[in-house]
Design a protein around this ligand. Sequence first.
Ligand code: PMM
Length: 360
Amino acid sequence: MANRTLIMGVLNVTPDSFSDGGRFLDTGAAIDHGMRMAEQGADIIDIGGESTRPGAARVTPEEEQLRVVPVIASLTRNGIAVSIDTMNAATALLAVENGAAYVNDVSGGLADYFMAKAVSATGATFIASHWRGQSATMDKQAIYKDAPSDITRELKQRVEDLLADGIAPDRLILDPGLGFAKTEAHNWQMLGRLDELMALGYPLLVGASRKRFLSALLPDDASLDERDNASVAVSVLAANAGAWGVRVHDVARTHAALRVLDSWNRGAERPDTVVDEIFLTERQESRARTEALAEQINELTFDFDAELAIARELALEEVTRTTIAGRVRDEIVHEAAVVAEAALAEELAQGELTTGELNG
Ligand code: PMM
């Protein structure tokens, strides 16, 4: 797989989110939780101040902003990438002003007429989910002929409208909006055919974490922990299907599971890579060996020449020495002969020697 699937950690600063029960309404606790999720491997923290739980009542934008802005400001100041989960253009603008890089709108820009125009002016990335209506009524709108193709067609229309409103195509991410105006079966059908949505050519975010359609697979008294096991499994499968990101509550476990998937997929690429690596290493090693040998030969040639020069010099010295020694010896012999001859001549002259003795 080309790119690693990103992890978006859910941070609901609400008193009534169905999945984390409003545990983070306290600003300090929300910031701490966001920091912890970033440490655990979240690439983006998705901060929401309004519950999208089926049947949930809406809050005023002011109340929503009071909840989310301090958390966004604090996390972005700490270098953490943040997305604002909102259907209000005013909240989106305030969030981006405070550092949010993504605007995650579960209504895909349908709930607030100004949303797309406002976001396009900021340069933030827009995440548009498939949506058919507010939480209070959405369950009644879960009627499809063929859910995956209906969802894909509706999102395609949404994309055209968003681009017309100025959203840049490279700043647009789509989301099937699992659980929004969808029955349990619709969600599974959509997950099984994510490739159809992906064919629209935009990165895909998948948010299945702790949703009702997963709980339906588990016993009634299933704990949050058990629900997270199912969420992690969906995240892995969505990532394997090519999702750009997964929106999850349990970041640590998702991170560990996605690392497994990553290794698995890299394992599938392995034989070629390993063979290539071996060949490359062998080639590099043999080149290094050749270069070292060439250097040694150079050194050898140089030494050989030097040795030869020294030998020549020594030979020359030897010849000179022998010549001089020869001459000295010759001279000594000659000198001795001259002295002996002179002595002989003198003896002869003094008559000490007779010619007969001399001849005898
Ligand atoms: N689901 C929820 C809220 N925001 N945003 C995106 N992009 N996709 C989702 O599936 C999504 C979302 C509702 O779940 P929660 O109450 O656990 O946050």
